[in-house]
Design a protein around this ligand. Structure first.
Ligand code: FPP
Length: 267
């Protein structure tokens, strides 16, 4: 696999043209990453099967994409299925697969019409042929879009991402294309999923747990973390606005002092 080298500020994981000195009223995150937790509890509270919670979760996904389009967010990454989720009861895994299939059949053309680029990050091989074919179709159809970069993490784990990045670097070294002493943050960063996007600057986890749960471990290094008790199916445009308001109030220092933040640009 060739090593790509995006123009990137290695210390902060941001593209070189990134400006964090926006006035407060327009300080929006560029890239939001979300762990959509709480579907099961949402269903349980209604005495319904967990699959109904996931279905309600899929509706919340649509609402979240709509809200990001309205607000002009550039990139949205959603944790739909972790490497560990295969261990759930087979009937729940089956219901989730049916839901993914249905979403891929129903939503992709409309996403394309609205200028959304869709891609999937994760191992992918364990999914059925039907899902993999639809994933590839969605990616091919929407690859020219740029209004919103929507990434769906499926059979994804942050440690998996680290392993595949290490493997890509090792291949380059073994092929004689890279000297071990030339491995630096920028080269490694270029091998991770989503390396061509600005690193997520706002991470949201719904459902009350205070964990990152093996999501984008490398990419979240400087991300602002936002946790809410709201269960994912209830996470609507108002809840997203709340998270964005919270983000706008934060001071992102990237290891510097407050007083240095007025000094352009990075040290
Ligand atoms: C976590 O809630 C959620 C999941 C494991 C699946 C996420 C899937 C969706 C939101 C639906 C479909 C997504 C797409 C992209 C179409 P949980 O079941 O762990 O909730 P709990 O903690 O209350 O049990």
């Amino acid at each position: 696999m060739p090593l790509s080298l995006p123009a990137r500020d290695t210390a902060h994981g941001l593209p070189l043209n990134y400006s964090r000195f926006q006035p407060p009223d327009v300080r929006l995150p560029r890239h939001i990453a979300i762990i959509m937790d709480g579907n099961g509890r949402w269903a349980k509270a209604r005495h319904r099967p967990r699959s109904i919670g996931h279905r309600a979760g899929a509706r919340a996904v649509n609402a979240c994409i709509d809200a990001c389009l309205v607000k002009g967010i550039e990139a949205l990454t959603l944790f739909a299925f972790s490497s560990e989720n295969w261990q759930r009861p087979p009937e729940e895994v089956g219901a989730l697969m049916q839901l993914f299939l249905r979403a891929l059949d129903r939503e992709v053309d409309e996403l394309h019409r609205r200028g959304v680029r869709v891609r999937f990050i994760g191992a992918r091989e364990a999914f059925g042929e039907d899902i993999r074919t639809r994933m590839a179709r969605a990616e091919n159809l929407t690859q020219g879009n740029s209004r919103l970069h929507l990434s769906i993490a499926a059979d994804y784990g942050g440690r998996w991402d680290m392993v595949q990045a290490a493997r890509a670097v090792a291949h380059a070294v073994a092929a004689g294309n890279l000297a071990p002493e030339d491995i630096d943050e920028a080269r490694l960063a270029g091998c991770f999923s989503l390396h061509d996007l600005p690193a997520p600057d706002l991470f949201i986890r719904t459902g009350g747990e205070l964990r990152i749960s093996n999501f984008l471990l490398w990419q979240l290094a400087y991300c602002e973390l936002y946790f809410t008790d709201t269960l994912w199916p209830d996470f609507d445009a108002a809840a997203l606005t709340h998270a964005l308001d919270d983000f706008a109030r934060r001071e992102r220092r990237f290891g510097m002092l407050s007083e240095q933040l007025g000094e352009e640009p990075f040290p």
